[in-house]
Design a protein around this ligand. Structure first.
Ligand SMILES: [Zn+2]
Length: 376
């Protein structure tokens, strides 16, 4: 089982953007770069600061291009893989996670429900405290004899758990979604399962001195709800990239259902320092917290192998990426200086090598002028 671990800040992973299927539109890619730069300003001690900026030792940054996709990507750069704070890595890994979850939930012999666990919270509460309490309560529900009994009675064969965080008028809201699986031949109704598990959740929260309202625990066995959740997984939500130019930081504060971490980064970009502070709190509280957890053995039971996932990912993937340009380290420094990474890729999408070097030449001239100006 290869579970996602997103606490790796060694930056040892090579950027191979060119192998991704279904390249994003240029404006969305540029927006992710903007958000990543905002995260870099807010988190000087996180690997996101060096993500897609630091070059692999003994290599030069390269741009590869696909004629079929009219798309370019960098190679020989390092990635942070911090999917909870890096919008660029989040997009990359979300696609893979989405394929894995879809393959699992579409397994012919299985039946799925989606559980949502929340608890009552207040405005002044720290995210770290809320997260700790929720994790303890969840562990209690799913360990011990009572849990074994519950799992056996209802035919639970495994689950995929994902945490999410939003911030709204009532402060932080940390919650879990859990996709639970059993063999389709089991036959017992889910209604009793919902009621039994709800009781266990409330009891576990009470032991932590907490509680939840009637909506604090829910179960959906609708295929549509589950399919919608899987489809939306990893996408930037509405209210960010699609209409970013039309919203203000103030409007975000009233966003229905609260703002997610990308909303916070976006509001920070628009000048809201408090949103930046909240993003910092979120980043520290969730550091090294695994975002998606598959229960032990579930991948094997459902035959979710790396080969199957790779095959699905490459189905829509153009394979004609070729080297378009190598960039010197000095030029790469110029590109990073004003964060021209997205601008350069937009030019490279056309496949015009000459245009790339003309752009770099203009950067050289621009920054040389600034240097002369400073020296005067
Ligand atoms: Zn990253």
């Amino acid at each position: 089982m290869s579970e996602e671990f997103d606490g790796n800040e060694s930056l040892g992973i090579i950027a191979e953007f060119t192998s991704l299927p279904e390249p994003e539109p240029a404006h969305l890619r540029a927006y992710r770069f903007c958000l990543q730069s905002a995260a870099r300003r807010l988190l000087p001690n996180f690997g996101v600061c060096r993500c897609l900026r630091r070059v692999i030792p003994d290599k030069l940054p390269e741009i590869h291009h696909s004629v079929e996709n009219e798309h370019a990507g960098y190679r020989n750069l390092q990635l942070c893989m911090l999917i909870h704070v890096c919008p660029v890595c989040a997009a990359r890994i979300a696609r893979q996670r989405q394929v894995e979850i879809r393959l699992a939930t579409e397994h012919m012999s299985t039946e799925w429900v989606m559980l949502t666990y929340t608890m009552r919270h207040n405005r002044s509460e720290k995210l770290r405290d809320q997260l700790t309490t929720m994790c303890k309560a969840y562990s209690e529900v799913h360990s011990g004899k009572r849990a074994v009994f519950l799992h056996e009675v209802y035919g639970w064969i495994g689950s995929i758990r994902i945490w999410e965080v939003t911030h709204g008028k009532a402060g932080w809201h940390f919650h879990f979604h859990e996709l639970v699986c059993r063999w389709g031949t089991h036959g017992r109704v889910w209604d009793d399962f919902e009621s039994d598990l709800r009781k266990a959740w409330v009891r576990a929260l009470n032991r932590q001195g907490r509680d939840c309202n009637t909506h604090g625990f829910s179960l959906s066995d609708k295929r549509k709800d589950i399919a919608d959740y899987v489809t939306k997984y990893g996408h930037l939500p509405r209210g960010t990239w699609d209409d970013a130019a039309e919203v203000t930081a103030e409007q975000y504060k009233d966003a229905e259902g609260g703002r997610n971490p990308w909303h916070l980064l976006d509001a920070f970009l628009l000048g809201d320092r408090e949103s930046g502070r909240l993003f910092q709190e979120y980043a520290v509280a969730t550091r090294r917290k695994q975002k998606v957890v598959w229960s032990k053995g579930l991948r094997d039971k459902l035959d979710i192998s790396e080969e199957r996932v790779t095959a699905q990912l490459s189905e829509n993937c153009a394979s004609d990426y070729t080297l378009l340009a190598k960039i010197s380290i000095d030029d790469w420094r110029l590109i990073l200086r004003g964060d021209h990474r997205a601008e350069l890729l937009r030019i490279a999408d056309t496949g015009d090598r000459t245009a790339i070097f003309e752009f770099i030449e203009r950067l050289r001239a621009r920054y040389a002028k600034k240097k002369d100006h400073r020296e005067v």
